[in-house]
Design a protein around this ligand. Structure first.
Ligand code: NAP
Ligand code: G4F
Length: 346
């Protein structure tokens, strides 16, 4: 029996985007089902507040992108109206160290979900709309500036190659079986909930800790890479809008502005009255075997068709991340929990 509330399944609900999307969908009256993988320690911090606030609007299930049977059972039991596939080994640098497990979760995991959706849809007749988290990493060694939906792909990492398969298998299931399946080609998006080993969060966390004497230096790799950085809270709205369209399609989601890692450092340390040059050290071990030098998105199609616009500027993004990390660092100082050893070497 289907209840009247629309049902959404989010894989990767414990991640940065999953937590913002879950909040958005619960606020819109959805019943959200979140897939969580089993871990030796609980990893649901980003959705803890939501779990407390929306007892009736959120149900968590165990599942893993590697487990085809479990994914199929979940979709059969939940019978979601919408599936948002956000689960992935999402760190580009780590994908060079773990290419096979990256491919299994990010590429074949998507195939497993698409197969499950196809089977359930055929059996029950109700359409299930599907969102795939594609990435600007697909453009890699980009042949056009800015990059749009028609720019050729040239992936530069095992992560990007896995996302390339995921992207094309989603397009293929749309064309072959008529699935309402859309890919959001999202450029980098950040927030205070960003994982601590991605460069933006690594910088804002370190700047805050250094300003309070909890850390002395920050080791980074390539400072000259540039990215089109937006705010994650804005980007999940675009995901939802894609699935509300009559016809499925693929969309670039970006701000249309690019900044270097060096500029991100300047702004972050500058907000706390410091010069990044006094604290940042370049560590050759943090360079990647193949780099994506520059990314800049053209979100024109999303502006026109989805009516979507980013709501936060680059300066606002840096400010909200630095301020949140300063609050966290103050708490660490007060609790005595700050790690004196400093930043993660990753
Ligand atoms: P994230 O914070 O790293 O979250 C990834 C999520 O996937 C986590 O919930 C993680 O669970 C889960 N996961 C990883 N491997 C899994 C597996 N084998 N089975 C089940 N769940 C698994 O990533 P994000 O920044 O929110 O990004 C969301 C999605 O968008 C990802 O697919 C990413 O590749 C893609 N994307 C991100 C960006 C960006 O700038 N953020 C841009 C383009 C595309 P745990 O909590 O247990 O680790
Ligand atoms: O923050 P990053 O690790 O993000 P990257 O590689 O752009 O990937 C993120 O965005 C993609 C969208 O384009 C997503 F698909 C993906 O899932 C992920 O969310 O690195 C950004 C840049 C790179 O050029 C990297 O070489 O920063 C450079 N960088 C310099 N020093 C560093 C560091 N990156 C990390 N993680 N750590 C460093 O110390």
């Amino acid at each position: 029996m289907k209840s009247s509330a629309r049902r959404a399944l989010i894989t990767g609900i414990t991640g940065q985007d999953g937590s913002y999307l879950a909040e958005l969908l619960v606020a819109k009256g959805y019943h959200v089902h979140g897939m969580v993988r089993r871990s030796s320690s609980v990893g649901t911090q980003r959705i803890d507040r939501l779990c407390l606030d929306s007892v009736d609007g959120l149900t968590l299930h165990h599942g893993d992108m590697g487990d085809a049977g479990g994914l199929a059972r979940l979709i059969r039991e939940i019978r979601p109206d919408e599936v948002y596939n956000l689960a992935a080994q999402s760190h580009v640098g780590v994908s060079f160290e773990q290419p096979a497990c990256t491919a299994d979760a990010n590429a074949f995991g998507v195939l497993r979900i698409l197969e499950a959706i196809r089977d359930v849809q055929d059996a029950i007749g109700d359409p299930i709309r599907f969102y795939q988290a594609s990435s600007s990493e697909l453009f890699g060694k980009a042949t056009e500036i800015p990059q749009s939906e028609t720019t050729p792909f040239h992936p530069r990492s095992p992560y990007a190659v896995s996302k390339l398969y995921a992207h094309w298998i989603t397009v293929n299931y749309r064309e072959s079986y008529g699935l309402h399946a859309s890919c959001g080609i999202l450029f980098n998006h950040e927030s205070p909930r960003r994982g601590e080993t991605f460069v933006t969060r690594k910088i804002t966390r370190a700047a805050a800790r250094i300003s309070l004497g909890l850390q002395e230096t920050l080791q980074l790799g390539n400072l000259d890479a540039s990215r089109d950085w937006g705010y994650a809270g804005d980007y999940v709205e675009a995901m939802w809008r894609m699935l509300q369209q009559d016809d499925p399609d693929d969309y670039v989601i970006a701000t249309g502005e690019t900044h270097t890692v060096r500029e991100f450092c300047e702004h972050s340390f500058g907000r706390l009255g410091m010069n990044y040059r006094d604290f940042v050290e370049v560590d050759q071990r943090l360079f990647r075997p193949a780099e994506v030098d520059a990314l800049l998105g053209s979100p024109e199609k999303a502006f026109r068709r989805l009516g979507w616009r980013p709501q936060h500027s680059f300066a606002e993004l840096v400010a909200l991340m630095v301020d949140a990390d300063l609050e966290l660092a103050r708490k660490e100082l007060a609790d005595g929990t700050g790690r004196r050893a400093g930043d993660s070497p990753l």
